[in-house]
Write a protein that binds this ligand. Sequence first.
Ligand code: SF4
Length: 66
Amino acid sequence: MKKTPVIDLGRCTECAGCIEIAPEVFRYNSATGMMEVADLLRYPEDLVDEAIKNCPEDCVSWEIDH
Ligand code: SF4
């Protein structure tokens, strides 16, 4: 089972709060003008949970692949 953080880009306001919490996971793509999730083999669960909790738009969640 793999857990990957995903961002609902329709709701994201690019406030960069998630980058402050987990800069190795979340980043701003200046070419698309949108946030994106880095392609990692394993994501730091605690930090992503923290980013989920603190996202003002409530638009970060885990996607679970079985
Ligand atoms: S914290 Fe939420 S609203 Fe802010 S940039 Fe990250 S995903 Fe977007």
